[in-house]
Every structure is written in C-alpha cells, then in structure tokens.
Design a protein around this ligand. Sequence first.
Ligand code: PLP
Ligand code: TYF
Length: 397
Amino acid sequence: LFAAVEMAPRDPILGLNEQFAADPRPEKVNLGVGVYYDDDGKLPLLQCVRQAEARLMEKPAPRGYLPIDGMPAYDNAVKALVFGADSDVVRSGRVATVQALGGTGGLKIGADFLKKLNPAAKVLISDPSWENHRALFANAGFAVDTYAYYDAAARGVNVEGMLASLRAAAPGTIVVLHACCHNPTGYDLTPGQWDAVVAVVKERGLVPFLDMAYQGFGHGIAEDGAAVRKFVEAGLDVFVATSFSKSFSLYGERVGALSVVCASKDEAERVLSQLKIVVRTNYSNPPTHGAAVVATVLNTPELRALWEQELAGMRTRIKAMREQLVQGLKEAGVAQDMSFITRQIGMFSYSGLTKEQMQRLRSEFGVYGTDTGRMCVAALNSRNIGYVCRAIAAVLR
Ligand code: PLP
Ligand code: TYF
C-alpha cells in the first residue's frame, strides 16, 4: 500500500526548528519561526491566562462536547473584538462565527466552505505570503496565484502593482489579505492604501478573505483591526480568520475563529449552518480549554485590562528590539541604511539578505532565519541582539 509513497518536503519554517534543536552551539539564536519570546528568551505564559485558569479551576467544569460552532461566550467575544460589540453588523446578527483550531483552522473552514460555494473560483495570495496560505488553499482544491505585494527595491509595498493585480482578477476571485503585520515582509498597507484596495475589491466583485493572526502586535488592538472594519463598512461580504495563538501566547491550545460577514441575519444563519457541516465532517466540534481561557479573559473586565497591558508589553518590546537592531547593526559596522527595519511592523523583518547570506548566518553563526531573509524580531532579546548584529554585519561584509 505504501511502497510508492514519496517523502513530502518538510515545512520550511517548522523544519528550521528541527535543525535549530539539533544544533549544539550554545550561542545559537532561533529567528526562524514566528513565535514571541520575552527578554529572557522564554515563551511567556501570560498573567491573564494564569488568572483565568485559576478561576476556571475554582469551579472545575465537566468536559462535555462543545456545540459544533464552539463555545457561545467565546464566539461572541471574538465578534466583539473583531467587529466591535456595538457595531451594526454584530448587533443585527449579520456575522456567522465559528470557533476554530487556531487561525489555520479558521482559514481551512473558510476554504472548504468557499470551495462548495464557488468551486471554480481562483485564489490570490500576496507575493510573498505565509507559506501555508498557498498549500492550504491548494489542498482545499483551488488554483492559487499571487497578487503583487513586496517591492524589494523600495523596501515596502508595491501598491500600484497590487491594485493592478486585483483589477485584473475575475469577479468571484478570493483574495487572501493580511489584516495586519504582514508575514513575511513586515510591511503593511497604510489606511489610505487599504481604502484603495477595498474600492477595487468592491468594484471587481472579489471575495475578501482577511487573515488576522497578529492583532495587537502592530499598532494596537483597534488599530490592527481597522482594515477588517473598512471592508465591513464598505458593505462587503467578508471572511475573517482570527487567531489568539500569538496575542495570548496560547500557540498549542489552538484557539482561533472564522467569522463571515453576511448581508442579512437570515443569510448569516444559513451560512453558519454550512460552516457547521464543514466542522462536523472534519473534527465534529472544537476543544474546550483554550476557548474557555480566552472567553474568561475577554469577558472579565479586570482580566481583559491585564491582557491589553500584557499585549502592549509584547508589542513595545518588539518595537524596542527593532530600534536596537538598527542601532546595533550600525555599531557593528554595517554601512548600508537599515532603518527600514523600524518601518516594518509585527513579528517579522524581511531583512533583504540573500539566501547565501541567510545560509551563512546559520552555518557560521547558528543564527536561524528563513532562506527568504525573514527574521523573527520577536525572538531577539537584550542578551542575543549584540551577537545577532555582529553575525549579520559579518555576512554583509
Ligand atoms: N496566518 C498567518 C499569516 C500566520 O503567520 C500564522 C502563524 O502562525 C497563522 C495564520 C496561523 O496561526 P495559528 O497558529 O493560530 O493557526
Ligand atoms: O510563519 C511563522 O513562522 C508562524 C508559525 O506551518 C508557523 O506563522 C509556521 C509554519 C507553520 C505553522 C506556523
């Protein structure tokens, strides 16, 4: 049965993790995977999470099956966070939300539903994008192509190219957009540029699918959610996959959601019924713990305030690391202007380093980033940053 099975390539990012783990050098630094570490180089367990867990343990609940679409208190908290509790769409019942296995799970539920709805549609992802976008939509049966995004020479977004790609897309084309903190480049659209994208999406009858995996890591919770709200305010039907993996440092609990904004309450009820079929035929219903923690935090004012403070702490630390990186590179003798690093936002920096330079960083210095030049600045800290700067300076020489 398995004699002809070929060895699949490993995930390029998670594969780096394995290589890093096997590296014996004590000075090694993992800037590969998109995970936030604190200044001690540790994966944080947020205080708001600890406190929510303590509250949950005070009155332990039996573990029955959750509803297919997830925990109602969780789904409602997601809607309030992403669209606003007092927003017209939420109040009028036009949003269908299902709890999902991380942001990835939200994307997959949306992809499977869209495949049934419009099997001939094409999917456009940004060039470049998160590796898994292409694979996920291709595995759901779609032809996946790209829209222009990164402008290497200008160190920013090629907005004109992006708009041209979208204008050339057939009506019904699904456009996957990074709502904030673009992975891998770190370059986001400005509010004005988002307006232009929303206008073209509307004019061409495209289907916007926003992926928001880093809400709160850019400029703030509301600021990072602004793009989603622009699509909603334009009266568009929109898909939004959200994740608490990063914003709650709950990677392994797999807490995310898919929300679909519809034209009416009646439409949202019918859409929800179809999303539930996708869930039921894949894994029946979602797990309890992570959703209970997130719902407790978001629905308890003092825990919510604590979360916002802790999230702001992560965001500010990343910004400080970006500034120290620019400064440190200068001090290490890098002559070229690296200030673009502080114009990037979120966990990543597209460094502009070549594949050869990235491989040298790995082999000679044990500094791990992806071959594309992506580095996770959220893994820098006051102890490793000097070493990383010297290593980068050496390969740039
Ligand atoms: N989308 C993007 C752009 C990401 O970078 C990630 C990273 O993990 C995800 C989705 C998936 O998040 P999750 O771990 O919640 O599935
Ligand atoms: O891009 C990243 O590094 C994160 C983490 O299959 C990640 O999004 C990477 C690959 C993957 C799942 C998560």
